[in-house]
Design a protein around this ligand. Sequence first.
Ligand SMILES: Cc1cc2nc3c(=O)[nH]c(=O)nc-3n(C[C@H](O)[C@H](O)[C@H](O)COP(=O)(O)OP(=O)(O)OC[C@H]3O[C@@H](n4cnc5c(N)ncnc54)[C@H](O)[C@@H]3O)c2cc1C
Length: 511
Amino acid sequence: MKIVICGGGISGLSAAYYASQLLARTSTQKCKIIVVEKDKKVGGWMKTNVQSADRSVYDGPINEFGPRSVRFAGVVGNNTLQLVSDLKMEDEVLPVTNSHVAAKKRLIYVKKQLHVLPNSLLSACTKKTPFSAPLARFIGPGLFKRVPPSYESMHEIASARFGEEVADYLIDPFTRGVFAADARKLSMKAAFPQMWPRLGPRKAAKPRRPLLPNREIFNKTLTANPFVKKAKRERWTQWTMKQGLANFNEAFAKHLEDSLGVEFLRNSEIHQITNHPNGKLSLQLKTQGNKEAPSAIHNVDHLISAIPSYALSSILRRTNGGPSKQEYPLVMLGQMLNHIQWVDVAVVNVEYDGPAKENLPQLGFGHLVPSVEDSNVLGIIYDSCAFPQHDRLDKPSTRLTCMMGGSWFRNLFGDPRQVTTATLEQSALESIAEQLKITKDPSHLQVNVHRQCIPTYQVGHTDLVENCEDLISEHNLPISLVGASYWGVSINDCIFNSRIAATKIISGQGL
Ligand SMILES: Cc1cc2nc3c(=O)[nH]c(=O)nc-3n(C[C@H](O)[C@H](O)[C@H](O)COP(=O)(O)OP(=O)(O)OC[C@H]3O[C@@H](n4cnc5c(N)ncnc54)[C@H](O)[C@@H]3O)c2cc1C
């Protein structure tokens, strides 16, 4: 039995973990799990500025270029903490509790001012700028309004229920913060499925999200986990790792290799997939500087794709000549996956001398900027507020991250392959000066342009993904789709969906 996982981001590592754990428990057959990763490092978008940020030897700042925190909420949040505790990394976690200013204060920048968003029932019942009335007055009646049956986008639904103000100042910036995308295009059904049954049109079809078998037993096990209990007791809202999130992945990969016997092929890229009449797959690999790596893997029983949909799409559409009858379903799948759109995001990490309480007009998690405002940034995260432990140790400093671009990248900055670092740097500093009134020179600044880094779950996304899954099962293709492309972009969703996929594969194989 040979399972290959394509992609060593958090989704691929999680799929390898759950598959190997389940196989170890249930299988008597000899099984091999191989993770193929294009880069030298695993972790995908989870990138930290330093490889080893051990505070006994490193006193500089710890900056995240991709995700910076993991939410502790719901089953998926519990599941991630259970994983952390399985990996014996509890002591590495830096939590933020609900009494912390970064949990209590989220802001928006509207009409040249910062406004604190209501964070309790009481504050929702009080009139707060920029809203013209207490938020509860929009939300309360809106819950009972009807929404036209064809509505699916975040903005359409929010404005039909709660009015334009809520759609523009609450839903739109929230969507920009999570997906870097336009709320007018983003599907609520796909992007926020937990909201859909309550806020979507009446009798709207629920998305066919993957579910775990024995969900109730599973949920009970999670809530009984001592680390999850501790997080609940202490009222965590989010957390990160002491040495940064990228270091979590390296430790995770080491555990997979050393304790679970997972094989890693780094610097190896899956280039082409061929399906054979016996139901097995052959994978052609391209290796970069890894002379010992094989150029192909044959007799693959199952492939878990944990790479972005566009990357899988081009692999599947690559055939030797026109597609044969056998290859046709793979090519079809590739064509369907090509419809999922992705956005580019510029991440600008900025550091200033002096503590956050002196540099920032208000402490908090950060602020988001609605798309109706004329701004080059999607939002600015006040990293030093949530995780001051990641500030440099030698002198007081303030770390911020400007998120820029997303769905608006080309309009604002042109072609992401050609935009200069200087342009993005200047835009970030101008936005910080205007919105946070920090005009001094930064002590450090780093720009990263992440190409095609977050999928946009456009209206119709769930139908598209369901059709892809139907095609896979109708043609008995030994392929599973996991990763941010399909059923949730957060780290929690990626890990949880990989767990579901691994459970289904192992139970489906009857091992
Ligand atoms: C800027 C930014 C900020 C974010 N902030 C947060 C946050 O604060 N909290 C949160 O929960 N989520 C956040 N997210 C979302 C989350 O980080 C991602 O959705 C998640 O990390 C995606 O993981 P993945 O494993 O599915 O994909 P990826 O991270 O994209 O991993 C895919 C891997 O596959 C490899 N690969 C690609 N093609 C091939 C091939 N042909 N062969 C072999 N390997 C291949 C890649 O090198 C990569 O390592 C953020 C995302 C971004 C971009």
